[in-house]
Design a protein around this ligand. Structure first.
Ligand code: SF4
Length: 412
């Protein structure tokens, strides 16, 4: 049969309204944006400035901070100023629950310092206060020309809406499952809130929607449906994804499928960090997800083989780790010094079986000797063998060659 010459491509991106978040575009033609959230007490400005700066330097393009009380709201403008003095100009999003309307009204400097307000329609207020308090936040956003994310979360879903839909379902001739009603309630909450925000006068270009759940299949179903029913920009995230490998896999599986279908304009990977663990990991996972799917390029790729019985040495794994660590650490500076360096591909391979082949596909690659092979490591640059390294300093020599390659190819 003839080879099908079609390219392997994801579905086209769903067309959404482009939204400005403090100078970062979300939706429209903009690339999918990676964002994150701090876990510091916002009232502790020192800790929050340090964590926002670390997240931004790791590549978070938007950072959300919780604004839960007066002390936190008072700290926000100082956090903004101190970040600016450090040269960190990442847009800040305020996460508001229960009393957001009051905090924004009482602290106009906070309202001004933030680029976006996140409102959860499930806990913005109850009964007759609900719409009034929601509208108050939207009016503040209009006054300060800010963006709003209407962020529905099934852990804090609008109970009145859910009860109404459950009752309607019970009375229906063809009732659906409670889980399907829950999904509909999440979507309906986001869409009805967006309608109310627009009726209040907020432009579509100022609204982002999210509808987070913690189950992978539900998340996929909710966002597929939501994206069919609106062209608002969508923020993707699996809420309470969990710790360690489970969180990474669950988030990647859910968001990977949606992104492949062209759904999602900004992502957050919500990982529960180990106690004292590194918060920037969620940024790294978000970047890796987009990069591995071919949507964006953030850092050079280091291809390394998994190793097997043909090499009992761990030299190549250590070298791959060292090179990847160096590249990631240097990226904040190299992005400006070596434009395009994020497209670099380095290969670090463990033996002759796939070593030379994979190295030839990389910009620069090394094939280390496997067990029993001649202790020599051929180096390939732009597909051609250019040198063979020997002796105890192979790792340092190869690192120097990578650095030279970067300077030669990307230096301005
Ligand atoms: Fe094993 Fe060699 Fe393949 Fe690495 S390149 S996985 S060492 S056979």
């Amino acid at each position: 049969a003839p080879i099908d010459t079609d390219e392997a491509e994801p579905f086209p991106r769903r067309r959404t309204v482009a939204v400005d978040v403090g100078g970062v575009l979300v939706g429209g033609d903009a690339p999918v944006v990676v964002q994150s959230m701090t876990n510091t007490d916002t009232a502790d400005a020192d800790a929050t400035v340090a964590q926002v700066a670390a997240l931004a330097r790791a590549g978070s393009e938007i950072v959300r901070i919780t604004v839960d009380r007066d002390e936190a709201a008072r700290a926000v403008p100082h956090i903004r100023d101190r970040l600016a003095r450090l040269g960190v100009d990442v847009p800040l999003v305020g996460d508001f629950h229960y009393i957001g309307h009051k905090l924004l009204a009482d602290h106009p400097a906070c309202a001004e310092a933030l680029a976006k307000y996140r409102i959860n329609p499930g806990n913005v207020g109850f009964k007759d206060k609900k719409d009034r308090q929601f509208v108050a936040i939207v009016e503040t956003a209009i006054r300060f020309d800010k963006t709003v994310r209407i962020g529905v979360n099934w852990g804090s879903l609008d109970q009145e809406l859910l009860t109404r839909l459950m009752d309607e379902n019970s009375a229906s001739a063809r009732p659906v499952s409670a889980r399907a009603v829950m999904r509909e309630a999440i979507i309906r909450s986001a869409l009805l809130s967006a309608e109310l925000a627009e009726e209040t006068g907020l432009a579509r270009e100022r609204i982002i929607l999210s509808a987070k759940v913690s189950n992978v299949q539900d998340l996929i179903a909710v966002y597929r449906d939501l994206s069919r029913r609106t062209d608002h920009a969508l923020h993707l995230g699996l809420t309470e994804a969990g710790m360690g490998t489970k969180g990474v896999v669950a988030s990647s599986a859910a968001m990977g499928i949606l992104l492949q279908e062209g759904i999602g304009d900004t992502i957050r990977v919500s990982l529960t960090p180990e106690p004292g663990g590194d918060r920037t990991r969620e940024v790294q996972v978000g970047q890796e997800l987009l990069q591995t799917m071919g949507f964006r390029q953030f850092v050079p790729v280091v291809a390394a083989c998994p190793g097997c019985g043909r090499t009992t040495s761990t030299v190549f794994q250590e070298l791959a780790e060292r090179i990847e660590g160096d590249l990631r650490r240097n990226m904040p500076v190299w992005r400006t010094r070596y434009p395009g360096v994020e497209t670099l591909k380095v290969a670090v391979m463990g033996c002759i079986v796939n070593g030379p082949g994979e190295s030839k596909h990389a910009d620069i690659g090394i094939s280390l000797p496997g067990t029993g092979e001649t202790p020599a490591a051929p180096i390939f640059v732009d597909g051609k063998k250019v040198a063979t390294l020997r002796g105890p300093n192979i790792a340092e020599d190869f690192e120097a060659m990578v650095q030279n390659y970067i300077e030669r190819r990307f230096g301005v």
